[in-house]
Design a protein. Structure first.
Length: 334
């Protein structure tokens, strides 16, 4: 038994030397983990050597135990140090492999652009929201009631003709204006209301430089007590001022629309000439009655304009068909 402590001491010392050399020579983190398990794991070399402690006398065990702890701490320290070294080397290698030359031109990725029709709609919405209006949308496939009847169109009105309106096999139609939204909204909401209604519309029209069968319209309307034509005029004047960025000279010409009374066409002075820009008027009492409003208590106004026409003016375009040609040479200008 006298040689047993010396033998364990020699094994521990040899383990310490051999392990430190092996740890220092390892090149990868997985290999380092294998060494940790081999030396310090439950079935590792240190545990196997310490299995002989049971054969020592009580007086000899503390000395060998202290040496074993010293060896364990040395190996753990060596493992942690080498781990840090390998991790740093791995990060450095990755940085070198992924180094970006900031002097090289960036990879170009073409960015999408806002179509002139959409940008015009967005601009109008921003203006009216700033004036306290709510944005509302509605169905593009509509019934005759919401598109015509509730808006005071007589049964024999020319707009109901098959040559002017796109009818569907089930008797419904593609809306000819966004005024249908006015009826839907007023049926579900009580005054006071202020609404802007943008959307796509359809008419059987011959396509030329100023007309298309599919177009976009924005209608705005308000209903409250004591609203007058003066309120309508002021709203239009402020809208045109903000839309075109300058004080526009405007005039109102008497006109006729089934759903407004009185009605007017709005012209604005553009490049020295008068240009028709929108239609407007005070909401007809029959329309107010159709949605359950009392025309003796409430009055309202409405106006609508074509988005494409405003886009043509804003961007100085000469042909509405350019907006629908999908010509990238044209669209990349916006």
């Amino acid at each position: 038994m006298t040689n047993q402590p010396n033998e364990l001491e020699a094994k521990l010392t040899a383990l310490k030397v051999d392990a430190q050399k092996a740890i220092a020579a390892v090149n990868t983190l997985p290999q380092l983990e294998e060494l940790r398990v081999a030396y310090l794991g439950k079935k590792g070399q240190l545990s196997q050597i310490l299995g002989g402690l049971g054969k020592l006398s009580p007086e000899e065990r503390p000395k060998i135990g202290a040496l074993a702890n010293e060896v364990k701490e040395a190996l753990q320290s060596a493992l942690e140090s080498q781990k840090s070294t390998l991790q740093a080397a791995e990060i450095q290698a990755r940085l070198e492999a992924e180094t970006i030359d900031v002097t090289m031109p960036a990879v170009f990725r073409p960015q999408g652009r806002v179509h002139p029709i959409n940008s015009t709609i967005d601009r109008a919405i921003d203006i009216f929201v700033g004036m306290g209006y709510t944005v509302e949308t509605g169905p593009e496939m509509e019934t005759d009631y919401y598109n015509f009847e509730a808006l005071n169109f007589l049964p024999d009105h020319p707009a109901r003709d098959m040559q002017d309106t796109l009818y569907l096999p089930d008797g419904n139609l593609l809306r000819t204006h966004t005024s249908n939204i006015q009826i839907h909204y007023m049926e579900e909401n009580d005054p006071p209301i202020r609404v802007i209604a943008p959307g796509r519309c359809y008419r059987r029209d011959t396509v030329d430089a100023t007309h298309t069968a599919v177009f976009h319209q924005i209608e705005f309307f308000a209903v409250d007590e004591n609203l007058t034509f003066t309120d309508l005029k002021g709203t239009i004047k402020e809208f045109l001022h903000q839309m075109f960025g300058e004080e526009m000279e405007i005039r109102f010409r008497a006109s006729y629309f089934p759903f407004t009374e009185p009605s007017a066409e709005v012209d604005m002075r553009w490049k020295g000439k008068w240009l028709e820009i929108m239609g407007c008027g005070m909401i007809d009492p029959n329309v107010l009655k159709s949605v359950g409003y009392d025309p003796e208590t409430y009055t309202g106004f409405a106006a609508g304009f074509g988005v494409e026409r405003v886009a043509l003016l804003l961007h100085q375009l000469d042909d509405i068909r350019r907006l629908y040609s999908s010509d990238l040479r044209f669209l990349r200008q916006f």
